[in-house]
Design a protein around this ligand. Structure first.
Ligand SMILES: [Zn+2]
Length: 453
């Protein structure tokens, strides 16, 4: 790759403008400023001309629910618990593996087009044993880096969606034996208790121990809304993070999605344990959940990754939007325009995303030895040009429509803005049919079920 401005997101936030990248297999073999050496050009099977473009590491969408791509726009203007009970549950219980596959395909294409080459899917719909497999298959075919976080709740949840700890471990083990480590670790499987109020202490201990025995992590929604923290105080007498700490859940292998309503002691516990926070600013605004204490987390050196959350509460999976929302929300909330800089959020989306994935240092940076996950962004678009500072343009200007090429694990999955690994039109048609099938089955009338193809 030559001619583009290479935003490395390395420790010094170096930008080589222009710069070049030599990829061998699924790794970055060499990176440098200026023009590529003639010897490298001679040996390259293909040279991608990135003149007029920026090249940056692929981002990690560190918390989403892929199946919700069929639920977006269904339940606008509600709080989290009303949204869940009134809109998500009634149709989610009718999901099967075929529908989940169609939803995952379209959701993963959306992630790629939104700049996410790695995705953590908190997959908590256990109505059909084939759903985990369908999601992994979709990621495999589309070339996406996937961490399937097998979600479970054993109490207080919709009965059809509940699983005991033993069932959760068995289901995750089935997915794990088939997919974990697949394609040089491009696909991994971990365990994901859904929410503190849906998980019993004993079940927590069981699934966390199982995940650790596999060398994998635990992913959980934490302190997303003030109401949930109050519920915890009333029932257990503790806030979410001390509860997790009392069960031995915290650690660098634990990802705490949202983490909005935390007090100082909780931030200290997270910092001391090395747990990763996954910040979902657009979803937090959409559901009016609150504003996470990102500045206080950064002051304690807490690793904060970024995410869209499920498309049911966003309604997009667009990491460029997440970059911008992260910065703007903190600035306006604290009335401090200096609070976060473009380089800070690029680091969060790329480097900290790899930490959330459980692969710290393996990707998220354009540097020798890294997995070759790269985005080529056109800087000559009407939304972006002219560009005075490239990192600023990537955070404040760029839209998914400006993304030209996407490389995951050394493979070009989007080329010249066209999906190169599957027929996107066919994916969209199949998704439309599957969504119609789902909501018809659930007896939910929307514009979709009322219309004819
Ligand atoms: Zn979520």
């Amino acid at each position: 790759m030559s001619g583009g401005a290479v935003v490395t997101v390395d420790d010094g936030a170096a930008v080589h403008d222009p710069g070049w990248i030599y990829v061998r297999g699924n790794r970055v073999a060499e990176v440098g400023p200026g023009d590529p050496p003639a010897s490298r050009l001679r040996h390259a099977a293909e040279v991608i001309d990135a003149a007029g473009c920026a090249v940056m590491p692929g981002m990690t969408n560190a918390h989403t629910h892929l199946f919700q791509s069929f639920f977006r726009g269904l339940a606008d203007d509600k709080t989290l618990l009303d949204w869940l009970r009134d809109c998500i549950w009634p149709a989610a219980v009718h999901l099967d593996a075929d529908i989940a596959y169609a939803a995952a395909r379209v959701a993963l294409v959306e992630n790629l087009r939104g700049g996410a080459t790695s995705v953590i899917d908190h997959q908590y719909i256990q109505t059909d044993d084939g759903i985990n497999d369908a999601v992994c298959r979709a990621a495999d075919e589309l070339g996406v880096r996937l961490l399937l976080a097998h979600g479970w709740a054993d109490r207080n949840y919709h009965p059809i969606l509940e699983q005991s700890a033993e069932q959760a471990v068995a289901s995750a083990e089935a997915a794990r034996s088939r997919w974990d480590g697949h394609d040089d670790d491009r696909i991994r499987v971990e365990l994901a208790p859904l929410i503190p109020w849906g998980c019993s202490d004993e079940a927590m201990r069981t699934t966390v121990a199982a995940a650790r025995s596999w060398g994998r992590g635990t992913h959980i929604h934490c302190a997303e809304t003030a109401v949930e923290v109050d519920m915890s105080l009333e029932e257990r007498g503790v806030r979410h993070v001390p509860w997790l700490d009392s069960l031995g859940v915290l650690g660098p292998d634990t990802q705490l999605a949202h983490s909005v309503w935390l007090d100082d002691d909780e931030l200290d516990l997270i910092a001391a344990s090395g747990s990763v926070v996954v910040h979902c600013p657009v979803s937090n605004m959409y559901l009016a959940s609150g504003v996470a204490r990102i500045g206080d987390m950064r002051a304690r050196d807490i690793t904060v990754a970024l995410a869209s959350d499920g498309p049911g509460s966003n309604n997009r999976q667009d990491m460029f939007e997440v970059l911008k929302a992260t910065v703007l929300l903190q600035k306006v909330h604290h009335l401090d325009p200096l609070l976060l800089q473009p380089a800070d959020v690029l680091h969060m989306a790329c480097r900290n995303g790899a930490a959330a994935f459980g692969m710290t240092g393996a990707f998220g940076m354009v540097a020798e030895g890294q997995r070759a996950d790269l985005l080529v962004v056109d800087l000559r678009s009407p939304f972006v040009a002219p560009v005075h500072r490239v990192p600023s343009a990537l955070v404040y200007n760029v839209t998914p429509g400006d993304l030209r090429d996407v490389v995951v694990d050394g493979r070009i999955v989007i080329r010249d803005s066209q999906l190169a690994v599957a027929d996107e039109r066919q994916i969209m048609t199949a998704a439309d049919e599957a969504a119609r099938r789902l909501f018809t089955r659930a007896g939910i009338t929307t514009r979709l079920t009322a219309s004819h193809p």
